[in-house]
Design a protein around this ligand. Structure first.
Ligand SMILES: NC(=O)c1ccc[n+]([C@@H]2O[C@H](COP(=O)([O-])OP(=O)(O)OC[C@H]3O[C@@H](n4cnc5c(N)ncnc54)[C@H](O)[C@@H]3O)[C@@H](O)[C@H]2O)c1
Length: 359
């Protein structure tokens, strides 16, 4: 990446101050290794999570699991993992497993997270935490009761462009955020389960939660949601177009315009603050234009490898386990982002603004 220094303050650092936990094995005298199992051997696990885990010295993957045996076996072979299973309950029965990474379609998240927590395993669950708020609240209760750590895969918080904007806000340089936006025009993604609302939760629940989490990260809790969603393509049960306006408690307006019926992809996001503006033409790479008050006008071409944010989020999760810290991006953060998605769907269906938190 050019133009920006990648900050790793606290997050993403691999040099760990180790506070040893009784269940962690000591290797080489001073580093505790977390033993982890990966549930779901599909796109995100095999393309980013498992490659990242093999590069992080403080973790060892001891089992993988997929309902499709061939996928489980091939993944175990590819990543040199000793055990593979087709039933995730078997993974939870392994006493040596400290933590599980859940990367299955969203419908399965609720039971998998709750059962993992009850088995005493720490949980990294891919977004969305569940497909609906009612289930997410059950997950929050189960995590609290079990006293395990839970992190939700909001990887944008580990991307240098998003981290840079957060630092501009937190340092006061940008001023209070006034107007935040994300425009996302994509063709319909190919995975069949994504098009089935009962499995994915829909475009807002499965995908826009990333934007809703970023809105909250930049501007705090949301108070009211206004939205209109539509489905224009046939053969799908999800919304494929949406406009969502969030009014934050502190007054910021955040707007998402999202389409999954585009003929090509186009992305933009940014923040107008009281003192400055950041506008990004692109999503995870592209041109970032920044001007603070009447200072110099910066134009940065950002080209960070998109896989790095996933490695950083797992480094952070492992660090939280080793240092016995609650992840900042925990189950409650997962619930709050999901609440915005569900409020948007309700607002559209009922034709009225919806107040948060949802009952
Ligand atoms: N953070 C991100 O940027 C990002 C990107 C892509 C996907 N995701 C999320 O990751 C999750 C997985 O997405 P994906 O694209 O890898 O999907 P995928 O369909 O490629 O992989 C899912 C895998 O889970 C397996 N599976 C299904 N039910 C299972 C069960 N009960 N037990 C064990 N395995 C089971 C499937 O056979 C499949 O191999 C979803 O929640 C998705 O929203 C996140």
């Amino acid at each position: 990446m050019r133009g920006l220094e990648s900050s790793s303050k606290g997050l993403g650092s691999t040099s760990l101050r180790v506070k040893l936990k009784p269940h962690l094995v000591i290797y080489g005298g001073n580093v505790a290794r977390v033993k982890m199992a990966v549930i779901g051997c599909g796109f995100i696990s095999t393309s980013v999570h498992l490659p990242s885990l093999t590069e992080i010295p403080d973790v060892e993957v001891v089992a993988v699991c997929d309902v499709v045996e061939e996928k489980a076996r091939k993944t175990a072979e590819q990543f040199k993992v000793e055990k593979y299973y087709t039933d995730y309950h078997k993974v939870l029965e392994m006493p040596e497993v400290d933590a599980v990474l859940i990367a299955t379609p969203p419908l399965t998240h609720k039971d998998q997270v709750i059962n993992a927590a009850r088995a005493g395993k720490h949980v990294f669950v891919e977004k969305p935490i569940t497909t609906n708020v009612k289930d997410a609240k059950e997950v929050v209760d189960a995590i609290k009761k079990a006293g395990v750590k839970c992190m939700v895969g909001f990887c944008l918080r580990f991307h240098s462009m998003f981290k840079h904007v957060k630092e501009l806000i937190d340092s006061g340089r940008l001023g209070r955020p006034v107007n935040i936006w994300r425009v996302c025009v994509w063709p319909l993604p190919p995975a069949p389960w994504l098009k089935d609302k009962t499995i994915s939760g829909g475009m807002l629940v499965e995908n826009a939660v990333h934007a809703f989490d970023a809105f909250r990260w930049f501007a705090g809790d949301v108070d009211t949601v206004y939205a209109k969603v539509m489905t224009v393509q046939s053969g799908i049960t999800i919304e494929d177009n949406a406009s969502v306006v969030c009014i934050h408690k502190e007054g910021t307006i955040s707007t998402l315009i999202q389409s999954w019926s585009g003929t090509h992809s186009w992305d933009s996001w940014g923040v107008v603050g009281e003192k400055g503006t950041v506008a990004v033409e692109g999503y995870l790479s592209g041109v970032m234009k920044i001007r603070i008050a009447d200072g110099p006008y910066e134009q940065l071409r950002m080209e960070e490898d998109w896989k790095l944010m996933y490695k950083r989020e797992l480094e952070y999760f492992i660090k939280c386990i080793i240092e016995d810290k609650r992840p900042e991006i925990n189950e409650v953060e997962g619930l709050r982002a999901l609440e915005i998605a569900e409020a948007a769907l309700r607002s559209s269906a009922e034709g009225r603004p919806i107040k948060l938190p949802l009952e």
